[in-house]
Design a protein around this ligand. Structure first.
Ligand SMILES: NC(=O)c1ccc[n+]([C@@H]2O[C@H](COP(=O)([O-])OP(=O)(O)OC[C@H]3O[C@@H](n4cnc5c(N)ncnc54)[C@H](OP(=O)(O)O)[C@@H]3O)[C@@H](O)[C@H]2O)c1
Length: 286
């Protein structure tokens, strides 16, 4: 674990995606520890105890200018095909930013990896070129991705997995938040890219069995055929070649299914399991 860095302790910290899976945990941890936080959202009705809520859109650089003034350190994320441009909008607008913790993805690590890997590689390059000291967070599959199954579980008791039954080591978003806060507040993380996973290897069918056990209700598991998963991606504008590559890499037993010790090594905390996350979020599936 790195040493606390007093210089980072006093400055304003911007959290983008503050209402999201990871961002809300970052805001909660920082405010609980008494840090000055600006929480970015597009929704002006958002309230965070102990944080300054700032309204802006990562796609609209003009909305970011004022709220980046005086920011010392930032957690930056972007979503989908817009991620590189969104990250660039923050990096170009921020003056005086002296530390950036970027949400990336474990998908950048294999030599290929499909469309998500390309988006995140480009975003990482944008930050590297900015000259701002950086730390990259490269998580694998989030436990919260299981929420994609919530509607079909509630309606039909069925899980349809777009990634087949490929092994995963799902990570709790709040464990990513704990790592982000460590990188935001302490020294020794500059120029480091952290691969992050949960502590246990499982499979979508194993996750389905566990959800059924917790819900006390039998669930059916179905693998979406690879061709149908490719068609679903091309329907959203991905080229056929990139969709095929993406589906292939998501169905390979590789880094996404290999538990790593990084969360514990960086935070000293025991990373939470899919069972932990599912127990906390069971109402979403009822
Ligand atoms: N899910 C996975 O398995 C996985 C794995 C590796 C990496 N990742 C990466 O993790 C990131 C997603 O993190 P997350 O799950 O914490 O995010 P999230 O919960 O999906 O979204 C975070 C927040 O982003 C805000 N947002 C959306 N569009 C915006 C815009 N144009 N301008 C400003 N804010 C906007 C929304 O807040 P408001 O509505 O309040 O504005 C939303 O609550 C992505 O970069 C993804 O590629 C995900």
């Amino acid at each position: 674990m790195a040493r606390p860095d007093q210089r980072a302790g006093g400055g304003m910290i911007l959290v983008t995606g503050a209402t999201g899976n990871v961002g809300r945990g970052i805001v909660g941890r920082l405010t609980a520890a008494g840090h000055k936080v600006r929480a970015l959202t597009r929704n002006p009705d958002t309230v965070f105890d102990g944080a300054e809520v700032v309204v802006g859109d990562l796609d609209e650089p003009g909305t970011l200018r004022d709220l980046l003034t005086g920011v010392d350190t930032a957690y930056v994320m972007g979503l989908g095909p817009r991620v590189t441009e969104q990250v660039a909008n923050v990096v170009r607008t921020a003056e005086g930013l002296r530390r950036i913790v970027l949400m990336s993805s474990l998908s950048v690590e294999p030599a290929r990896g499909g469309v998500v890997a390309r988006w995140h590689r480009e975003a990482e390059d944008t930050v590297r070129r900015s000259g701002i000291p950086w730390t990259f967070l490269r998580p694998g599959v989030f436990t919260s991705n299981a929420l994609q199954w919530a509607a079909s579980i509630r309606a039909e008791g069925v899980v349809r997995s777009m990634t087949g039954d490929t092994p995963v080591a799902p990570i709790h978003p709040d464990d990513i938040a704990a790592v982000a806060v460590t990188a935001l507040l302490s020294s020794g993380h500059e120029g480091r890219a952290y691969s992050l996973t949960g502590p246990e290897r499982t499979t979508p069918s194993g996750q389905t069995r566990l959800l059924g056990e917790l819900l006390e209700r039998p669930l059916t598991f179905e693998e979406v055929p690879a061709e149908a998963a490719v068609r679903a991606m091309t329907a959203f504008g991905t080229s056929e070649e990139e969709a095929e590559e993406s589906v292939r890499s998501l169905r390979q037993d590789g880094p996404f299914g290999t538990p790593l010790p990084t969360v514990h090594d960086l935070t000293g905390l025991a990373p939470r399991t899919f069972r932990d996350w599912a127990s906390e979020n069971l109402d979403a599936f009822r």
